[in-house]
Design a protein around this ligand. Structure first.
Ligand SMILES: C[S@@+](CC[C@H](N)C(=O)[O-])C[C@H]1O[C@@H](n2cnc3c(N)ncnc32)[C@H](O)[C@@H]1O
Length: 439
């Protein structure tokens, strides 16, 4: 370890506690925690340890329960998480077993809980003695084997009887880093050659003509043309929105839930920056990122703070040719990027979100021109937020009809719209349904 670097396992422990005990978001916690490291390898090790311990939290906790005589008190969640950090290193990292145990046990000093030293040491060593048997027993329960909350495991089994295991497995894998080249600014081939000249390996993707998938994660702000707006970071699944809505120059377009602007900027790029586009966002603090992205990519849109379900507050009465409703959702399609979603989301959240989505959808429908199109999307895999939501809307809305999305991708289901399952062709989990309003 280099001098002056904080103890990576201790920083990882604090980050896990922030997420699990204090309910903070992983992205925010990671950004703050990793900023303490100047050494790239230490930073990568710590990030891997935190993401992995959170990904495998349910399974590791079941193993811990197997090894403890009785559960620890709520005030000892730090010791609980420390045991998981030790188990994660033993099971999933190439840290030698003796180092994983001794480094983890040493941290009990920092917790100022001397009693925990023998306990953590005993638990980890007992696990090593009987690792195969303990894992076999724990893995009898699918929620533990695939390390997801019970309610979510059940929901996936019900919705995707043949694919739930693949979904849960994909959720525990690291996600690739995909870029969307601003083809309004530079041809994809030019950018690909510039990356390769700098030793950055990348691949095109069959489902997006603007996509490059990087083989290794890196600091994208250091790549050529970043400051000039030559590209954005965006998953291939999210890149489908602009292609499906297919904006044409001079159309009046609403991006109703726009921040941080990944899809707003793609819509503008596709129409050569010639749209009359209103980018609406409810959260004022998220508007800044949206404006920064528009500025960096040299694109123009009207940006407004407003609640999409209350058009009277922001709509000037001129109807839109096209609307993108990238709805607030459970984000259960992007668990691989945000494993904390598993611990923060509940079934009650899903019910509340379904209502919010439906309110927004109904309100926005009034602002769409006859003959206009609305694309509804989520990064969720819950049918209630997706196909069932659209089925209900189509049933109650006489002037709405579904326009089939003719694309090679997508999971075939007996509901409106198209669902992309997490990990399919390397993509995030996403849902799209395209509607048209009758003339
Ligand atoms: C899925 S994110 C949008 C991502 C964005 N379309 C992109 O591609 O970068 C949903 C956004 O909707 C915003 N939001 C939530 N409820 C809203 C509402 N009622 N009206 C407008 N925006 C809302 C959230 O703050 C969040 O920024």
């Amino acid at each position: 370890m280099s001098d002056n670097q904080p103890n990576s396992r201790y920083v990882a422990l604090k980050m896990c506690l922030n997420v699990i005990e204090h309910g903070r978001s992983l992205s925010q916690t990671l950004a703050e925690g990793l900023a303490q490291f100047s050494d790239r390898r230490e930073r990568a090790f710590t990030q891997n340890l935190v993401l992995g311990t959170l990904r495998w939290q349910e399974r590791l906790a079941a193993i811990r329960a197997h090894l403890l005589k009785k559960p620890l008190k709520a005030k000892d969640e730090d010791v609980n998480q420390l045991i998981l950090i030790g188990l994660y290193q033993i099971l999933y990292m190439d840290t030698p077993e003796h180092a994983a145990v001794s480094e983890t046990v040493t941290l009990t000093q920092k917790l100022k809980k001397p009693w925990a030293k023998a306990l953590v040491n005993g638990v980890l060593r007992n696990f090593l003695r009987d690792a195969e048997t303990i894992q076999a027993e724990v893995d009898l329960k699918p929620a533990y084997k695939f390390s997801h909350p019970q309610w979510f495991t059940k929901a996936m089994r019900k919705a995707y009887p043949d694919d739930w295991q693949a979904i849960l497995t994909a959720n525990n894998e690291p996600a690739p880093l995909s870029l969307r080249v601003n083809t309004h600014f530079q041809p994809l081939e030019t950018f690909k050659a510039a990356l390769e000249a700098e030793g950055v390996a990348c691949q095109t993707h069959p489902y997006s003509p603007a996509a490059l998938v990087l083989e290794q994660a890196l600091d994208i702000t250091q790549l050529p043309t970043y400051d000039d707006g030559g590209f954005s970071v965006q998953d291939i699944a999210a890149q489908q929105a602009a292609y499906i809505l297919n904006p044409q120059p001079n159309e009046r377009v609403l991006d109703a839930c726009a921040a941080p602007g990944g899809k707003t900027t793609h819509l503008l790029e596709l129409a050569n920056n010639q749209l009359d586009l209103l980018a609406l966002e409810k959260e004022p603090e998220r508007i800044e990122r949206l404006s920064e992205n528009l500025h960096r990519l040299q694109l123009d849109a009207e940006v407004d703070v407003g609640d999409a379900s209350q058009p009277d507050d922001w709509w000037n009465g001129t109807r839109f040719d096209k609307i993108l409703l990238d709805a607030p959702c459970s984000a259960t399609g992007i668990i691989r990027r945000h494993p904390d979603i598993k611990w923060h989301r509940t079934m009650e959240d899903i019910e509340a979100l379904v209502e919010t989505q439906s309110d927004i959808l109904r309100a926005l429908w009034q602002t769409l021109k006859p003959g206009g199109r609305l694309l509804y999307s989520t990064c969720s895999v819950m049918p209630q937020e997706n196909g069932l939501q659209m089925e209900a809307f189509l049933a109650e809305t006489a002037d709405a009809k579904e326009i089939p999305i003719e694309r090679e991708w997508g999971f075939k289901q007996d509901l409106p719209g198209k669902q992309i399952l997490p990990g399919s062709e390397g993509m995030d989990g996403f849902y799209y349904c395209l509607l048209e309003k009758s003339e």
